[in-house]
Ligand binder design. Structure first.
Ligand SMILES: [Zn+2]
Length: 88
């Protein structure tokens, strides 16, 4: 069984807020929209809210989407360079 992995990178040629997710098969996805941050961060273990009723792009009872997107961005910045199993 082959195991796919993905690595979070921040391309040096791209603006600060842009991330790239590179899969072990060579495929890469650019993440440059605010709305993509929570789902991308989730791949690397980010949990938008402990209640589990939001994917980070919609408000839940505890946090606004804006707060979670901001948290997801910070999470991505902290995890640049990490490789995890690709469970997409
Ligand atoms: Zn919540």
């Amino acid at each position: 069984m082959s195991q796919a992995t993905i690595t979070l990178t921040q391309p040096s040629s791209a603006p600060n807020f842009c991330f790239e997710v590179v899969a072990s098969n060579g495929q890469s996805d650019f993440i440059q929209s605010d709305w993509d941050y929570p789902s991308t961060a989730s791949l690397f273990g980010f949990v938008p809210c402990d209640c589990g009723s939001t994917d980070g792009t919609v408000d839940c009872k505890h946090k606004t989407a804006t707060q979670m997107i901001s948290a997801a961005y910070d999470y991505l910045v902290d995890h640049v360079g990490e490789t995890v199993d690709d469970c997409r």
